[in-house]
Design a protein around this ligand. Structure first.
Ligand code: RB5
Length: 150
């Protein structure tokens, strides 16, 4: 799988750790930064990675900031992106089975590297179930073009 990874300074080390983990499993990792622990702004990297999924250059995005919240919110602003902000394995599984999440955000200040690896492993190997969930995901896509106030 082609996986784009992005982080801010708070997620930099965990991003790098997970990138190595994914490469060792044979995934292709595209790293859009951050490239150091120097303070940067999470919307920049969340949007950059999410656009890489939206334009088809990557299959999925995995994002890391301090909590996963900010970078996940940034990703969800990009049409076509469904980013799950996850800190437990059950939500990782269901975000794929029910929501067909194409992006995952995790918090480096929330969970340790071991749980993050478990989450990433589940998330990259769990298939979308389709069926009634497909209808709901289509409804999510329709919200991409809703004007404010509609
Ligand atoms: C950076 O201090 C922190 O705000 C950021 O990494 C993230 O947790 C935001 O949601």
């Amino acid at each position: 799988m082609r996986i784009v990874m992005g982080s801010d300074h708070a997620g930099f080390e965990l991003k790098n750790h997970l990138a190595e983990h994914l490469r060792s499993q044979g995934h292709e990792v595209i790293d859009v930064g951050a490239h150091s622990t120097e303070s940067v702004d999470y919307p920049t990297y969340g949007a950059k990675a999410a656009r890489t999924v939206a334009n088809g250059e990557a299959d999925r995005a995995i994002l890391v900031c301090g909590t996963g919240q900010g970078i996940g919110m940034a990703a969800n602003k990009v049409p076509g992106v469904r980013c799950a902000i996850v800190s437990d394995p059950y939500s990782a599984k269901l975000s794929r089975e029910h929501n067909d999440a194409n992006s995952l955000a995790i918090g480096a200040r929330v969970i340790g590297a071991g749980v993050a690896e478990d989450i990433v492993d589940i998330w990259t190997t769990t298939e979308f179930l389709g069926g009634r969930h497909g209808r709901r995901v289509t409804m999510l896509a329709e919200l991409d073009s809703v004007e404010p106030g509609e």
